[in-house]
Design a protein around this ligand. Structure first.
Ligand SMILES: [Zn+2]
Length: 256
């Protein structure tokens, strides 16, 4: 069954700050002393209410990853990246466990093609009061062509992507979040530095709870395909190209 559409409130959206296209706009996340409605804090990581909750019937919260405006998963130290994943996953799980939402989403926008409005690195935890945000996703969307497969880690490139072209899936058990953080970091580094010779400047992360496992989908982003917008047709690369990409990602795991 298709999930119902989420309702977007234009009245709230019109005051939303934006500094992707206008980098000199003030960044609210660079002034931690001014932030309000903080839910949790750990070193320079802050979980707080979104000041511009544009979606009706939702809880919209933000995880500020670091004090550093230009930080990113690709460039954090391993320890910092692990701490950020641990913080975000913990509060996502807490929100799920509260039982107040039909479903709870954890995702991240990065870069001009990601749909994000603020450069400052952050993730979002969104509780949907009466929508199952996972209703359109099947297990086949979260696996695919194997890249890394060990006892506690699986990295795949989707052969049945949600949108396409390339979607990477990193799966671990819930108690292996360091392993998840390290693998996602390597795939994000591949996405921004190697994929299309570094011409990809944007990605999304989407997290999915799946029985004993947590899956993180890394989606390199260019412009959205009209085939997907108009017809909900996803696209994949040829098997030859998929093998090339898998080999390049695997190389990152083997060398660093
Ligand atoms: Zn900032």
């Amino acid at each position: 069954m298709q999930a119902h559409p989420l309702v977007f409130d234009t009245k709230i959206a019109k005051d939303k700050p934006e500094n992707i296209r206008h980098p000199h706009n003030d960044c609210p996340f660079c002034e931690p002393a001014e932030l309000t409605d903080i839910l949790a804090q750990d070193a320079d990581r802050i979980w707080l209410m979104n000041k511009f909750p544009t979606l009706q019937a939702t809880l919209q919260t933000i995880v500020i990853e670091t004090r550093d405006h230009l930080g990113d998963i690709a460039s954090y130290s391993q320890a910092q990246n692990r701490a950020i994943f641990s913080f975000a996953l913990q509060h996502w799980q807490e929100t799920i466990a509260s039982g107040r939402y039909e479903s709870v989403l954890l995702y991240k926008n990065f870069g001009p093609h990601s749909g994000g409005s603020l450069r400052h690195p952050h993730m979002q935890i969104v509780g949907l009061k009466d929508v199952d945000g996972y209703a359109n996703i099947t297990p086949a969307n979260l696996t695919g062509y194997p890249i890394i497969s060990t006892a506690n880690l699986s990295v795949t490139a989707s052969d049945q992507p949600i949108m396409g072209f390339v979607e990477f899936n990193v799966a671990t058990s819930w108690d292996e979040t360091d392993c998840l953080a390290d693998a996602v970091q390597k795939v994000v580094q591949y996405t921004l530095n190697d994929y299309f010779n570094g011409r990809c400047d944007s990605y999304n992360l989407f997290f999915y709870p799946s029985k004993n496992q947590v899956v993180c989908k890394i989606e390199p982003l260019f412009n959205v395909s009209p085939y997907y917008i108009g017809y909900r047709l996803s696209q994949v690369d040829t098997p030859e190209r998929m093998r090339e990409i898998a080999a390049a990602v695997r190389h990152r795991f083997e060398t660093k």
